[in-house]
Design a protein around this ligand. Sequence first.
Ligand SMILES: N[C@@H](CCC(=O)N[C@@H](CS)C(=O)NCC(=O)O)C(=O)O
Length: 224
Amino acid sequence: MVTVHHLENSRSQRVLWLLEELGVPYEVKRYARNPETMLAPPELRAVHPLGKSPVITDDDVTVAESGAIVEYLLERYGNGRMIPPPGTPERRRYTYWLHYAEGSAMPPLLLKLVFDRVEVAPMPFFVKPIARQIAGRVKSTFIEPQVKLHFDFLERELGKSTWFAGEEMTAADVQMSFPIEAADARAGLGASGRPKLAAFLQRIHARPAYQRALAKGGPYELMR
Ligand SMILES: N[C@@H](CCC(=O)N[C@@H](CS)C(=O)NCC(=O)O)C(=O)O
């Protein structure tokens, strides 16, 4: 039996969604974030040394890291579903997006989250203007141009096909959903002129499997 060690308001939501799309029975063990630090509770370190979510256990197997979890679940339970056939252009695109989501899209979004917090963090009054100035400069010269570069790219890519790997929805779309949802929570995709990405979100949110996963996962309000 698959158990998803699920941290509230986190990217492990997409693992629940994938399991629902595949119709694989699973149980959810929920973990709450520390309200001050937003970090996962120490109990998660008993499951995997990094104590991050998602992590799944399946009998005596433990798998961490979203992309590795997607690969494990498709190999064990997919029966060829949600992954294009090997050797096709769609499969190459699938592999690209599966890695791109965590490897390339998330780092600038994480930097944005961290530097947004530096700007408002409590600190001695005499340090505040300096810290704000440094954070503002890093954001305007590096982070914001990088976020724009990536999300303009994604908008153009979704102009080429309905889903990231082609005309069929695959697990690469599940993996890509998190950076797009995180960017939407932090920037508002529709408002910032990215209608294809906004439509992608509408499409996935309307899926019954997505909604079942939400009901099982509990709160899913992404950090701004
Ligand atoms: N690249 C990893 C990232 C894992 C990760 O950072 N997860 C966040 C949840 S969105 C987490 O556990 N944060 C709490 C913490 O770091 O304590 C993956 O995709 O699995």
